[in-house]
Structure formats: structure tokens, C-alpha cells
Ligand binder design. Structure first.
Ligand SMILES: O=C(O)c1ccccc1NCC(=O)[C@H](O)[C@H](O)COP(=O)(O)O
Length: 204
């Protein structure tokens, strides 16, 4: 079970995620979020992350040159695209040496035609609610058309109480959380991070 803890802003919350066994820590660069941080702060946080744990920058419909510049400055391993970015952007990021995650709302993923679904098949996909980072769950019956065939992460309103049952029902390769490990919007809680990771791993 691959676990990403997203929207981190402090050395303490990064340490809590790393010590609890997260596979990836995420930093928000999309503007307008209470979790948005600068590349300079991200670089400081990334420097505290041991090798082998992915450091993920989250962007939404930002120019690719800006995504690349920020990701290089922060020394990220991975770029998560959370808007309407085309596969060509993912290909350019791979060519620049970054791993990627491409987020879709379940509705947007379902709306892809079979050819597009095949094209995305070899990429790592994150399925989320419509409004990212809002702690909203999506109706899992929306996945009736089928989950992605390759590696995919479940996100959207996960928390320590619901993650095990949703993983048991939907069988993602991993999970991603932000609001569900916060004591108030944008403020991470180390205890909730530990509880979440323990619960997510309890059935895997
Ligand atoms: O977290 C944000 O504020 C955010 C803003 C803009 C684009 C993406 C954002 N978050 C992306 C994530 O990967 C979240 O962890 C994911 O949407 C799940 O969030 P939540 O439902 O709050 O657990």
C-alpha cells in the first residue's frame, strides 16, 4: 500500500509522515490553496526527506516552464498535475527526469474515450473528488465503469476512519490524503498522520 501525505508545510509534519512510513510527501504549488508554499520553503522541507521517499509537487494548469522551474528549485522527485494537463506535458516531465502523477476527478476519468484511457494506461493516475484538497469523498459507484488498469491512487475525503474500508472495497494501489489528517484547514496533525498510515496499512 503506497501512501502519500499531501499539503505539508512544516518540518514537523514532514517528519511525522516520514517516521510513520509514508511513501510520498506532497507540497502544494497550485495558487489559491491554504496549503500553497514557495519553492524555497519546499526545498528546505525536501532536504529533510530521506532518499527513497517521493517528494511530490502539486500543480494545477500552470505553465510547464513554471512547473519545471519550481520542481528543479525545490529538488522534487515527482510532479503531480491536478488540472487539464495533456499527456504531452507528462512526457516532457519524464524527459526532464521527474516521476509523475496525473490527477483526474472520477467523472473526468470516466469521460475519457477508450483510446485516451489506453494512452494514459502506463502513467500513474490519482482519482480524486471534483474539488481537490477539500476533504470531499466521491461516490464509489462512480467507479463502476472500472478503475484505471495501471497503478492508481485513491484520494478525496479519506481519513483514519474510512480509509481501510474504502481500500478494501476499491483496491487501489495506494492512497493520498490531505484534509483527513488536519486539525483545521491547512494545519496538519501528526497524530492523525500516524493514525491514517496505520489504518491504511491495516488491511494490506
Ligand atoms: O490540497 C490542495 O489544497 C490542492 C489544491 C489544488 C490542487 C490540488 C490540491 N490537492 C491535491 C491532493 O493531492 C490532495 O491530497 C487530494 O486532493 C485529496 O485531498 P483531501 O480530499 O483533502 O484529502
Amino acid at each position: 500500500m503506497y501512501i502519500k501525505i499531501c499539503g505539508l508545510q512544516t518540518v514537523e509534519s514532514v517528519a511525522a509522515a516520514v517516521e510513520a512510513g509514508a511513501n510520498a510527501v506532497g507540497f502544494i504549488f497550485a495558487p489559491g490553496s491554504p496549503r500553497t508554499i514557495t519553492a524555497a520553503l519546499a526545498a528546505t522541507l525536501v532536504s529533510s526527506v530521506p532518499e527513497g521517499i517521493e517528494t511530490v509537487g502539486v500543480f494545477r494548469d500552470q505553465p510547464l516552464d513554471e512547473v519545471l522551474a519550481t520542481s528543479r528549485e525545490a529538488e522534487l522527485t515527482t510532479v503531480q498535475l491536478h488540472g487539464n494537463e495533456p499527456l504531452a506535458d507528462v512526457t516532457r516531465l519524464h524527459a526532464a527526469g521527474f516521476r509523475t502523477l496525473r490527477a483526474f476527478s472520477v467523472a473526468a476519468y470516466n469521460a475519457l474515450n477508450p483510446e485516451d484511457k489506453r494512452a494514459w494506461k502506463s502513467e500513474r493516475i490519482l482519482l480524486d473528488a471534483v474539488e481537490p484538497g477539500a476533504g470531499e469523498t466521491f461516490d464509489s459507484s462512480e467507479l463502476a465503469q472500472g478503475a484505471p488498469q495501471g497503478f492508481w491512487l485513491l484520494a478525496g475525503g479519506l481519513n483514519p476512519s474510512n480509509v481501510a474500508s474504502l481500500v478494501g472495497a476499491l483496491h487501489p494501489h495506494g492512497v493520498d490524503v490531505s484534509s483527513g489528517v488536519e486539525s483545521s484547514r491547512g494545519v496538519k496533525d501528526s497524530m492523525l498522520i500516524r493514525d491514517f498510515i496505520q489504518a491504511a496499512r491495516s488491511i494490506s
